[in-house]
Design a binder for this molecule. Sequence first.
Ligand SMILES: NC(=O)c1ccc[n+]([C@@H]2O[C@H](COP(=O)([O-])OP(=O)(O)OC[C@H]3O[C@@H](n4cnc5c(N)ncnc54)[C@H](O)[C@@H]3O)[C@@H](O)[C@H]2O)c1
Length: 285
Amino acid sequence: MDDFTDKIAVVTGGGSGMGREIVRQLASEGARVAACDLSMEGLEETVALVADDHPDAEVIIHRADVSSESDLETLRDAVCDAFDTDHVNLLFNNAGIAGGGSMFTASRESWERTFDVTWNGVYLGCRVFLPLLAASTEGYVVNTSSVNGFYASIGPDRPHTAYSAAKFAVKGFTEALMTDLRINAPHVKAAVVMPGHISTGIVRNTMRAQVGEPTPEEAEFLIAAQEMFEQAAPMTAAEAATIILDGVRANRWRILVGDDAIELDEKVRANPETAYEDDFFTLLD
Ligand SMILES: NC(=O)c1ccc[n+]([C@@H]2O[C@H](COP(=O)([O-])OP(=O)(O)OC[C@H]3O[C@@H](n4cnc5c(N)ncnc54)[C@H](O)[C@@H]3O)[C@@H](O)[C@H]2O)c1
């Protein structure tokens, strides 16, 4: 797909970060875009940003939890009504949350919530929208995994089990889907996106999307963690969105985002057996 003009796109998690920037860039290229999120406030901000840049752009927003099939079905029906369509061309299964790091110290509820949003959200997005992609003449499903989809760690002292499991699932599923599509819907392509560290609101948004309220101490820690996460990131969400959309235009199926992601991919491939030992981290810049 080398051009997004007049294409119909669905973006999950379009109220912040990379999802928001994908919505903005698609809209600026003349696509008709439906964005969903847990946060209507975030979605309204996305729409306002699009309207500032392109007052004629067609963007609709919808509150939906991607871990709920019925929410996604309602979104699908809203997309078909709003754009008077029986197909979509692009699906960005982008929504995801962190959390559920340890099997010992994280609650089972938070572990399962992370897995549910981050993996099931992608799976259900495909379940609900693949028939509409197959009904198009040209389709692309773009599933956001992470560097944690090929490397299940964020450091030797921080367990990261739920998120890594979900992101490995997204990557494995998308790679297997390519053969399924080639046989059953060859006009639809699939891509897996593996960002490195990108400056977004994921820490703050995870707090809102997780089960239960954080204690005041946890909230204070998370606010500081959000600031550090955003400031330390080498790439903006807008730059990441451009790399993702360029990858789609170039018909790529494997989209690494950021020099840190490219470097980690090379180092894990070169040193698979030692990748989870403390020394491995000294190999990373
Ligand atoms: N930021 C990074 O460094 C990084 C790195 C690798 C992968 N990723 C992945 O990129 C994707 C986008 O994340 P981001 O960094 O832009 O974060 P973000 O928090 O800024 O944006 C994600 C959006 O998804 C929404 N969301 C969360 N749970 C949802 C649910 N159940 N239903 C619908 N919407 C929901 C949030 O409200 C938020 O608006 C995620 O899948 C994330 O795991 C991020």
